[in-house]
Design a protein around this ligand. Structure first.
Ligand SMILES: [Zn+2]
Length: 334
């Protein structure tokens, strides 16, 4: 309650000053003010050469970079640099089973703008999903809108580089809050906000709203349990590189699916299935624009890029996508 009234007070203040100045709100509370680029330093404790020593040229590979703020609030203890690296090591094992390598290109620490330790990932959706489109078709028509706050945070965090749009950036933060719509009763929806443990900003959902340079960003906010430490990074990578939601074999995509078997469900599963029965997960992974193979001279031969921003049915996937009807739990006689 105390926190809420403080926040309300601050919001009122911000509106007050905006009115007084009749223009851009100023001060630390405004996410619109561009933040300075973070001064990152390589984490001395992480031996990249040792981590990557088993990589083989010619095999499908993804480049992953880690950013861990050095200025977390003292009470925050949900992850650490070590846990981030351990999570990538688990992912390396899980993807290694299907022949895909993870190249850890950097692990860096530095002080970020404290405004960005907690961010809202996307705007409140304007339209709920109904039965006339499946969730991927709905996202294709109405992509999830990344907030200006999230864009400003990642602009300051992700260092400009040639391969920005082909690199996965695992960004550790304290809180990433995701608003969504949920059917409440009858023909009414309610807005909810979920505190995420990891959020992948997947192309099937954000395809046109995420700046190209930042499209590889994944936020990680909780690696504090054995299951999260083992699976969260691998699972979030899956959203990015398979470009699918929570689905597995006969389980259609949904916001949260608690079941066993697949890496892309909420459970303990680590399977990356193949073929039509596996909803083409492995095939989509191998087609991902985040995947390359090194040629004999050490040059990265990247997979073709998305043709339509990377929605689920992007033409790069050809037949490797599933057509299925939309659904609703609403009474059909509403
Ligand atoms: Zn997920």
């Amino acid at each position: 309650m105390r926190a809420r009234s403080m926040r309300h007070f601050r919001a009122t203040l911000a509106i007050g000053s905006a009115l007084l100045l009749a223009g851009t709100p100023v001060g630390a509370a405004s996410p619109q003010v561009a933040a300075k680029p973070v001064k990152w330093s390589p984490a001395a404790a992480v031996d990249l050469a040792a981590f990557n020593k088993d990589l083989v040229a010619g095999k499908p590979t993804m480049d992953v970079a880690i950013y861990v703020p050095s200025n977390f609030d003292p009470a925050f203890n949900k992850l650490s640099l070590d846990r981030m690296v351990d999570g990538v090591r688990s992912a390396k094992e899980i993807y290694g089973r299907v022949g895909v390598q993870i190249n850890l290109v950097s692990a860096k620490t530095g002080a970020i703008d404290p405004r960005f330790l907690a961010i809202q990932s996307n705007e409140i959706p304007r339209l709920p999903d109904t039965e006339y489109l499946n969730s991927y078709e709905a996202s294709q028509r109405y992509p999830t809108a990344m907030t200006d706050m999230a864009k400003a945070a990642f602009e300051s965090i992700v260092e400009p580089a040639r391969d920005n749009a082909r690199t996965i950036y695992l960004v550790a933060l304290q809180d990433v809050i995701y608003p969504f719509l949920e059917l409440s009763q009858g023909r009414n929806w309610t807005v909810k906000m979920v505190r995420t443990g990891g959020l992948s900003f997947p192309s099937y959902s954000y395809h046109t709203t995420i700046p190209q340079r930042l499209r590889g960003v994944i936020t990680i906010t909780n690696l504090s349990t054995p299951n999260r430490l083992r699976r969260t990074i691998a699972h979030e990578l899956g959203h990015k590189v398979m470009n699918v939601s929570h689905e597995y074999k006969t389980t259609g995509p949904a916001f949260e699916v608690f079941a066993e078997g697949g890496l892309m469900l909420y459970g303990a599963g680590e399977d990356i299935p193949a073929g039509v029965d596996g909803r083409w997960h492995l095939e989509r992974l191998l087609m991902s624009p985040y995947i390359y193979k090194l040629d004999a001279r050490g040059k990265k031969l990247w997979n073709p890029d998305y043709k339509e921003g990377g929605h689920y049915y992007d033409p790069i996937y050809g037949e490797k996508s599933v057509k299925f009807p939309g659904r609703t739990s609403m009474d059909p006689n509403w």
